[in-house]
Design a protein around this ligand. Structure first.
Ligand code: GSH
Length: 227
């Protein structure tokens, strides 16, 4: 019997979600073509039963692949790396792997959750719109300072976060920088981060994953702001 052709992966994402952006970059780096289901976080689509059936956490991203539905962006990156090892998202040496994972986790576990939509909405409800912006800007600025210090590691220097090829750390950092820019937090004073941003901007997998290509407002002609 002829083998069934594999279904094309489907990414449930939101154009401006940084966790989704991580997965788009990784899929592009691996050369995996995918379709998208757009979950409009501003409209509240993430709480619709149709999306909750895909991701009970009511978050994006979720990736349908190999007959599975995967959630949590870093778990998705790990799965992609384990099932499609080339090009690797993690270096082979344990110490180098630990460093890449530490960078990715520092962003995904420390910086990003504090800037999440639900957290920002709560800060705004308690203290107003100005406090929401201050909170987010302070969080991102201090988070990036620590990432700069982590990148300045003599053993792991290169064009990207570590060495001269993109890794899971770059997949995580670039969306965080997009978010920083959106919130008016500059990073030109951080030389290692700026150098990585330049290297990634010139890489086609990163360029093709950029939120501008998926901007819902452009497609819908609406002007909804800040998700
Ligand atoms: N740790 C999760 C974070 C996912 C997450 O926070 N996604 C945000 C967008 S970047 C979201 O769906 N927010 C919807 C909401 O807060 O209602 C991951 O890495 O996948």
């Amino acid at each position: 019997m002829a083998a069934q052709p594999k279904a094309k992966p489907v990414l449930h994402d939101y154009w401006r979600s940084s966790a989704s952006y991580r997965v788009r970059i990784a899929l592009n780096l691996k050369g995996i073509a995918f379709d998208r289901v757009s979950v409009d976080l501003v409209a509240g689509d993430q709480r619709h039963p149709r999306h909750l059936a895909v991701n009970p956490q009511g978050l994006v991203p979720a990736l349908q692949i190999d007959g599975l539905v995967l959630t949590q962006s870093l778990a998705i990156l790990d799965y992609l790396d384990e099932t499609r090892p080339q090009p690797p998202l993690l270096p082979s040496a344990p110490a180098a792997r630990a460093h890449v994972r530490a960078l990715a986790l520092a962003i995904a576990c420390e910086i990003h959750p504090v800037s999440n939509l639900a957290v920002l909405a709560r800060v705004e409800a308690l203290a107003g719109a100005e406090a929401r912006a201050d909170w987010n800007q302070d969080n991102i600025a201090s988070g990036l300072l620590s990432i700069e210090a982590m990148l300045d590691h003599p053993g792991f220097v290169g064009r990207f976060c570590q060495y001269d090829a993109p890794s899971m750390a770059d997949c995580t950092l670039i969306p965080q920088l997009y978010n920083a820019t959106r919130w008016g937090v500059g990073f030109s004073h951080l030389p290692r981060i700026s150098a990585v941003a330049r290297a990634c901007a010139a890489h086609p997998a990163f360029a093709a994953a950029h939120p501008d290509h998926f901007d819902l407002r452009r497609r819908q002609g609406s002007l909804r702001e800040r998700a």
